[in-house]
Design a protein around this ligand. Structure first.
Ligand SMILES: [Zn+2]
Length: 262
């Protein structure tokens, strides 16, 4: 079964046809869709999506690019929401959290503080994390090591091979999606080949990171089979093999995915 390990299904881009998009993804063989939250304002929306759709699972967290508009109180509310959500089998981890040093306007100290507090939360509840890492690989690695989190997914991975190895050693899988469908994405394509099969999970990051055949259009979870095919071709493995091991990897790094739900 294909698992879209990162998909912002609650985004406004899906307001008109969300149920249809989920149906098309299911028909295309995408058996699970993981929807991370990004700020206090969408905690309930991602939980509601999971309650309505048996294929949807969710995580709770505050995304680094939303830290500037979050209040300190949001961390308290997040902790309370997580404490309640552990009773819900559709809730599977903490995310999307991390560091983004690409956006120059953000307050890096505040980003770091929110990130560390959420790693602490993950550790306290023994939950995996879904990481957003942009131009901040080493800083994220350092905090994950220091806080001894139990791994998870380094989403849309785009670091060096050495940094990738360090994430893998810390119990993370690397998320691969639309970016590797571009022939010019040489570094990401190299990374798709660099590691043993245990290292990888697949994702769309919908509605963002559209694959090459939907350039500048809305991405959607039903694109995952074709993204998986590109990955299989790059690795010279057959599609069934890739679907099998990326599924097993997702269950390994996100153990609550195995809980019977609804
Ligand atoms: Zn995301």
């Amino acid at each position: 079964m294909l698992i879209d390990t990162h998909c912002h299904l609650d985004a406004a881009e899906f307001a008109c046809d969300r149920d249809e998009v989920i149906r098309m993804a299911s028909e295309a063989g995408v058996g699970r869709i993981i929807v991370p939250s990004v700020e206090r304002g969408n905690f309930q929306a991602v939980a509601d999506l999971a309650a309505r759709h048996p294929c949807v699972r969710y995580t709770l967290g505050i995304h680094p690019i939303y830290v500037d508009r979050a209040s300190d109180e949001d961390l308290v509310i997040l902790r309370e929401a997580v404490a309640r959500a552990v009773a819900d089998p559709s809730f599977i981890g903490i995310g999307e959290i991390g560091l983004d040093h690409f956006i120059p306007a953000t307050d890096r100290d505040r980003q770091e503080r929110f990130f560390v507090e959420q790693l602490r939360l993950a550790r306290d509840f023994e939950l995996p994390v879904i990481l957003h890492v942009r131009r901040a690989q080493d800083a994220v690695l350092k905090q994950c090591r220091r806080m001894a989190v139990r791994g998870g997914i380094a989403h849309a991975f785009n670091g060096s091979e050495q940094q990738a190895s360090q994430f893998i050693d810390l119990g993370f899988a690397l998320g691969f999606g639309g970016a590797m469908t571009y022939e010019r994405a040489l570094q990401i394509r190299r990374l798709a080949l660099a590691f043993d099969r245990q290292a990888y999970v697949l994702e769309t990051d919908s509605p963002d990171i559209a694959p090459a055949w939907r350039y500048k259009q809305r991405n959607a979870p039903f694109e995952l089979p074709r993204i998986a095919s590109v990955f299989a071709d790059l690795r010279k493995q057959d599609l069934g093999t890739v679907i099998g091991f990326t599924h097993a990897n997702a269950l390994r790094v996100l153990p609550r995915l195995s809980l019977p739900s609804n």
